[in-house]
Design a protein around this ligand. Structure first.
Ligand code: AMP
Ligand code: ZN
Length: 119
């Protein structure tokens, strides 16, 4: 069924607690944790508890959950005090764009100057 946990998914295992993570926020529908290989002083991943392979699939199946993820991204930015200086929310979609984990996730990046356009 759409959204069900996948046995071979790293982020489903973080949701279930089978793999540890530095969790910064949790809601009924989302989990936010620090990226293991941070690219900025604030680099947090916000994921839906439900498994969808990417943001597009998530938006099609459960648009309300996209809003939950984006609301949490803003909460993370505020808690890390990067909302004032600005932050970036990124959904890498597809291997060609650098997606390596195929469970939808938002990167929240801040705390340093962020170039535009990104590389
Ligand atoms: P993406 O490349 O957009 O699919 O993002 C996947 C992100 O997950 C990368 O930035 C990784 O550094 C991060 N990552 C991989 N394994 C873990 C882990 N166990 N805990 C936290 N972040 C992770
Ligand atoms: Zn998953």
């Amino acid at each position: 069924m759409a959204g069900e946990p996948q046995a071979d998914c790293l982020f489903c295992k973080i949701v279930s607690g089978d793999i540890p993570a530095t969790i910064v926020r949790e809601t009924d529908t989302t989990v936010a944790f620090r990226d293991i290989n941070p690219q900025a002083p604030t680099h947090v991943l916000v994921i839906p508890r439900a498994h969808y392979p990417d943001a597009a699939a998530l938006a099609t199946a459960e648009p309300g959950l996209v809003a939950d993820v984006l609301r949490e991204a803003a909460e993370v930015a505020a808690e890390d005090k990067v909302d004032g200086t600005g932050y970036r929310v990124v959904f890498n979609t597809g291997a060609g764009a650098g997606q390596t984990v195929f469970h939808a996730h938002a990167h929240v990046l801040g705390g340093r100057g962020l170039e535009w356009p990104p590389g």
